[in-house]
Design a binder for this molecule. Structure first.
Ligand code: GLA
Length: 728
């Protein structure tokens, strides 16, 4: 049993493998008592210290005299005694903003309920999870909140979300409905988050939690390149291997907010959920609203353990479908090889050149459809351009088949070009506000996925291409953020619902497609990593990590991404040198070494490779086929931090710890410096390992205690070690 309820003390204790999360009902309020290292079940009532610090805040005369402003709450509401940031705020029919939630009842369920219409962590049998649902209710307005706590004990996580119900007699408006809020009794934490931009996603920023609110958010109608929907709080000394770290990750792809705030009594509150600035929701009597899910996990062993917990969960209980477990094909994407300029002949030449290299799948990127020859037309017109591909996609697929290559293609279904047949036929199908100009981004507008007819159109377009089973892979792109967010299908008082309804529409469409085409590998993309989030991973097990394919830049991007997301989710391709985005000239081995840290492929013109490079490609494709599973499913250890050091290093260790693939890249040479030796982690101390390329043998304790000497000269040089256990 992961959930323990003590009826005497009204305490709930939720236990995961290494953590406990404890709450208690007092004076009708649901209080937060503890989140940290696992404790024995028992009466922990003394954890709550009522200090009664009024400091201008009211005492709840009908709430046992609590000064709510000084009490740790599970789902704080606005309007009565708690003057900190609330998780829930509502506009009542009388115009007031008051919600006063009190404990009503609870139930403990086996398994994990599905959240209607939203992506979420799932279980394969009820034994993997227990769920606590605590019902809170406002006795005046009738507004109810069911707080869901799903405890996946063996996965070492719990997930939280809320169902808000209007139990009153008139419509109410939700102004803010966060997925989770946690109160901490001190502020001695660092905040870690991702920030970035297009081509420089998920950089890591770490700074102390201070008094005042620190928010990362997106109001862009996408989780975005700029921030990522998660927040970590770490003890100030926490590093990769030690210290306490708390994570909350939102399973959502649209506008979000995550906040941590130090308050007046030196306590802190952290929360995550839909961005309240981009949201309001009208709830009619009897209707309910589900927030997206947030995944909460605690590590007492630093960031490394925390990341591995999330990687394991997301890889095995968020990603779905055939490719959750199957090795992903080694693919070659034509984008950087051709951009918009290709035809059937060129594709055939490239295919011939790929065939003997061990590449398994060829991806035709943008511009196979409509009249598209640049980014200024045809999104929405998802029929093959016969001028470029006279024999259609089927002609290409038939050519590839005997070469042992599968075919994949690019789509950008959510978008519409004003210069398209679709727009000419349906100018009202995009998000827009009547009377205002429609701002174009990359010459395109966004389709209104609140409209069922738009979703059906897109389903039919994508289906028409997939239904004969020739296409084995789809790259699903989304190349701008939202402006003029409006849908004429909704009345004025529901326009605040558009962004979230858009995502409910997108998720419905994706659910249909991935359900009907289970053998297709879907890859999410948004100008690279503009929607690299747990929401998209529910539908698509991999994401084009960044439009920046430069191996040196990718060191940071992939390192930052690995804080939360598994390597199997990060598409990483070997691209040309000099790199098209940065101009960096990087050795082939280094580009390979970095790309092997993700879902592996190529993003270059194979006809331009030298014979020596072709031989290298052959070898690396073979190596990937052999080691792909360890790389995708092994435990990942960050060994050197490219944000702080003049190198980067990492290793991935198989579940049985018999194989370790380690990588090292020197990013900056310091004269007579760089005495680098890389100590590995996760090995068996007593086992003997042989390094595949040198034949040298080492004991696990040596590899972890002292490590391996790394190259000290030549910028951008790298080394890949493959260590395999051998018998003595
Ligand atoms: C986006 C993607 C690229 C490529 C182009 C095509 O920018 O991130 O990989 O597919 O679109 O237009």
């Amino acid at each position: 049993m992961s959930i323990y309820f003590d009826p005497q003390t009204l305490q709930f204790q939720l236990n995961t493998r290494t953590s406990s999360y404890i709450m208690q009902v007092r004076n009708g309020f649901l209080l937060h008592l503890y989140w940290g290292a696992r404790l024995q079940n028992g009466d922990h009532s003394y954890f709550f210290r009522e200090q009664g610090r009024a400091a201008f805040s009211p005492r709840m005369e009908n709430g046992g005299g609590f000064i709510l402003d000084d009490v740790p709450l599970e789902y704080p509401c606005w309007g009565r005694g708690d003057l900190r940031t609330p998780a829930l705020e509502v506009r009542n029919p009388d115009g007031s903003n008051i919600v006063d939630l009190r404990y009503e009842s609870h139930e403990i369920l086996p398994g994990k309920p599905r959240i209607p219409g939203l992506p979420a962590v799932y279980v394969e049998n009820d034994g993997e999870c227990e769920t606590l649902v605590v019902r809170l209710r406002d006795g005046v307005s009738g507004v109810e909140a069911d707080l869901y706590y799903c405890v996946l004990e063996e996965y070492d996580v719990l997930t939280r979300y809320a169902r808000i119900r209007n139990g009153g007699t008139d419509a109410v408006r939700l102004l803010r409905a966060m997925s989770a809020s946690v109160d901490f009794d001190h502020t001695r934490y660092d905040i870690l988050s991702n920030y970035g931009t297009h081509c420089r996603e998920r950089q890591i920023e770490r700074h102390p939690l201070q008094h005042g609110r620190f928010t990362i958010s997106s109001r862009r109608g996408a989780s975005s390149h700029v921030h990522n929907p998660f927040l970590l709080l770490a003890s100030p000394t926490a590093d990769e291997t030690s210290g306490e770290v708390y994570a909350s990750v939102l399973v959502y792809s649209g506008s979000f907010a995550a906040e941590a705030a130090g308050g007046q009594f030196d306590a802190a509150r952290a929360m995550i959920g839909l961005n309240p600035e981009e949201f309001s929701w009208k709830l009619e009597p009897g209707e309910d609203f589900f927030t997206p899910e947030s995944v909460l996990t605690y590590s007492g062993e630093g960031l490394g353990y925390l990341s591995r917990t999330l990687h394991h969960l997301f890889r095995t209980r968020l990603c779905r479908g055939k490719y959750r477990d199957a090795r992903r094909p080694v693919l070659l994407n034509l984008w950087e090889a051709c951009y918009f300029n290709f035809d059937e002949e060129k594709i055939k030449r490239i295919a011939d050149s790929c065939a003997e290299l061990g590449v398994e799948l060829l991806v035709i990127d943008d511009a196979w459809f409509g009249e598209r020859n640049s980014d200024n037309s045809s999104l929405g017109d998802w029929y093959v351009n016969r001028k470029k591909l006279p024999h259609g996609l089927e002609g290409v697929e038939e050519y590839l088949k005997p070469l042992g290559l599968d075919l994949g293609i690019w789509f950008e279904p959510e978008m519409i070009s004003p210069n398209s047949d679709l727009y000419r036929a349906h100018p009202d199908w995009c998000l827009h506000v009547d009377g205002r100009p429609r701002s174009e981004g990359r010459n395109q507008l966004i389709l209104d996925l609140c409209r069922p007819e738009v979703r059906d159109y897109l389903y039919d377009c994508v289906s028409a291409v997939l239904k004969d089973g020739r296409i084995k892979y789809v790259k699903w792109d989304y190349n701008r953020n939202m402006t003029e967010v409006g849908s004429p299908t909704l009345p004025a008082d529901r326009q605040g619902e558009v962004t979230h309804r858009y995502y409910l529409g997108l998720y419905e469409l994706l659910e249909r497609l991935v359900g009907d085409y289970p053998d297709v590998l879907f890859e999410s993309c948004s100008g690279g990593g503009g929607r690299f989030d747990a929401g998209m991973l529910y539908y698509m097990p991999q994401v084009w990590t960044s439009d920046n394919s430069d191996a040196i830049e990718r060191l940071r991007i992939q390192y930052g991404t690995s804080l939360v997301y598994p390597l199997s989710a990060m598409s990483a391709h070997v691209s040309a040198s000099p790199n098209h985005q940065t101009g960096h000239v990087t050795p082939f081995e280094t580009r390979v070494c970095v790309a092997l840290t993700g879902s592996f492929g190529f993003e270059l013109d194979p006809t331009a490779l030298s014979d020596a490079e072709r031989e290298q490609v052959r070898q690396v494709a073979a190596l990937h086929k052999e080691l792909g599973e360890v790389l995708a499913t092994g435990d990942y250890y960050r060994l050197r931090n490219p944000f702080e050091e003049t190198c980067s290093a990492w290793c991935t260790v198989s579940a049985d710890r018999s194989v370790c693939v380690a990588g090292y890249v020197l990013t900056h040479v310091r004269m007579y410096g760089n005495n680098e030796r890389i100590a590995l982690r996760g090995l068996k101390p007593d086992a003997l390992y042989r390094e595949r390329f040198t034949g040298e043998t080492y004991r696990g304790d040596e590899l972890m205690g002292f490590g391996l000497h790394a190259p000290t000269t030549l910028e951008y040089r790298s080394i890949l070690w493959v260590l395999e256990e051998v018998s003595d």
